[in-house]
Design a protein around this ligand. Structure first.
Ligand code: AMP
Ligand code: GLY
Length: 431
């Protein structure tokens, strides 16, 4: 970018340690513009594509110092916490190019209360809601709304702060848990009571340069731990793209009614959104409704989106940072892609680490393995987190992509590995 001559290759720093960051490093490595890829702190897989740097994603001062000293041309932030903590502001102040929203723009994810009030103000389709800081007031509001509500801690709660309630007793228990027992700590200082919507879900992520918004291929993820959408919520056990029940007209509608007004509204507030704007949507009878915004790439959504991307990721991200994004920079391969997550036994509860992982060398060549909770210990790849890795594969349709991804899973072994067997099953009708 600016500091270097045209032909000099870029040094890029990816921040994070999940499968998302492995996929980002893998796709960036395909760009002719890229020289060195650094990943902080990375995992067993990112070390194969680039060089891991042992700095935690939360340590903004050390990351800043490292990027300056190593003449990093572009930094890409994976997780939400450093974004909400202002890593982009810190890098910008130091004159270092970084892809992601500022701390204020990241409020779209970090404060669900901010996001809902913003949507109300800008007539972006979303369910009815109210925000509370006092338990008694929240309880009083519940009485006439007992038909079905969703109760959410406003702040960042690693996806766990959302409680979908079937009846009054569950809603009261949820309010007690968040507001009295403070189960999510400060993230629950503000609580939302939302109208409960129903319908299939779809996620639309978009590249955003503060003004121009270019949507990515839509995806559908599987949040529950076990087959048939049973068990506890997880960060995501599988995902595929595109969902067969959404089409180009749908994507145009989401762009017009959700993504563009969000970018315009943030710019009008003096907080232009640069980065990935991620809309979690429900296809309600009244049309697509926003359930939540995230301010970054999804994990494992990225593990199917980037294999489908027909474009130069380094160029797209640079264009966002330099406010010159064009729709023609972003193309998509035909067909579909699916990813299946293999998790450590016990995930999302407590789980063991250090389980040896074998069989990666036997995975068919048309299957990608994106590592997440892995590390290399004495030359042996071992588990180092809950979601250890995901296999991902493309195909002419979802069914073909899914069966290839499972062929990869069948070759990989670690003790007690658990994964869903039903990713993509009934893709046409499930939500
Ligand atoms: P969120 O993290 O806000 O996207 O919520 C996590 C999950 O909770 C969503 O993917 C939905 O399945 C469910 N959910 C969230 N908000 C609502 C709502 N207003 N109505 C129905 N389900 C919801
Ligand atoms: N897979 C959900 C997320 O990245 O937020």
């Amino acid at each position: 970018m600016k500091a270097k001559g045209r032909r000099q290759k870029l040094t890029v720093l990816v921040i994070g340690s999940g499968g998302r960051e492995h996929a980002l490093a893998w796709k960036l490595a395909q760009s002719p513009q890229i020289g060195e890829i650094l990943v902080a702190p990375g995992n067993g897989g990112t070390g194969l594509v680039g060089r891991n740097v042992p700095i935690p994603a939360a340590d903004i001062p050390t990351l800043l110092q490292f990027a300056g000293e190593n003449k990093v041309d572009l930094t890409v932030v994976g997780p939400e916490a450093p974004l909400a903590a202002g890593i982009v502001d810190a890098f910008q102040t130091a004159g270092l190019p970084i892809f992601g929203p500022t701390g204020v723009a990241a409020q779209l994810e970090a404060s669900k209360a901010f996001a809902k009030q913003f949507m109300r103000e800008h007539a972006i389709p979303t369910g009815d809601f109210a925000v509370f800081t006092e338990y008694e007031a929240a309880m009083a509001y519940l009485a006439p709304h007992s038909g079905g509500v969703v109760i959410k801690a406003s702040g960042l709660a690693a996806g766990k702060g959302v409680i979908v309630c079937d009846d009054m007793a569950e809603a009261e228990a949820a309010l007690r848990q968040i507001m009295v027992e403070k189960a999510f700590g400060a993230a629950g200082a503000e609580v939302l009571i939302e109208e409960r919507l129903s319908g299939p879900e779809v996620s639309v992520l978009a590249f955003c340069d503060g003004r121009t918004v270019v949507p990515m291929i839509p995806v559908r993820d599987y949040k529950r731990a076990y087959d048939g959408d049973r068990g506890p919520n997880t960060g995501g056990m599988g995902v595929f793209a595109p969902p067969p029940d959404v089409d180009d007209a749908f994507l145009d509608e989401v762009t017009r009614a959700v993504l563009q007004p969000t970018a315009a509204g943030m710019a009008a507030r003096g907080a232009p959104f640069v980065g990935v704007l991620y809309a979690g949507l429900m296809l309600a009878e009244s049309g697509p409704q926003v359930l939540e915004f995230n301010c970054r790439f999804g994990d494992p959504e990225t593990q199917v989106i980037l294999p489908m991307l027909d474009g130069d990721l380094a160029e797209i991200l640079s264009a966002c940072v330099e406010r010159r994004l064009l729709p023609q920079m972003v193309g998509w391969h035909p067909g579909a892609c699916a990813a299946v997550v293999m998790a450590a036994p016990g995930y999302p509860g407590t789980y063991a680490k250090g389980l040896p992982i074998t069989g990666l060398d036997g995975v068919p060549p048309d299957v990608m393995v994106f590592q997440a909770g892995t590390a290399v210990s004495n030359d042996q790849l071992v588990t180092n987190g809950g979601r250890a890795l995901a296999t991902a594969a493309r195909g002419a349709d979802v069914a073909t992509a899914v069966s290839r991804a499972y062929a990869g899973v069948g070759r990989i072994h670690f003790e007690g590995a658990h994964y869903r067997r039903d990713i993509g099953r009934g893709a046409e009708e499930r939500g």
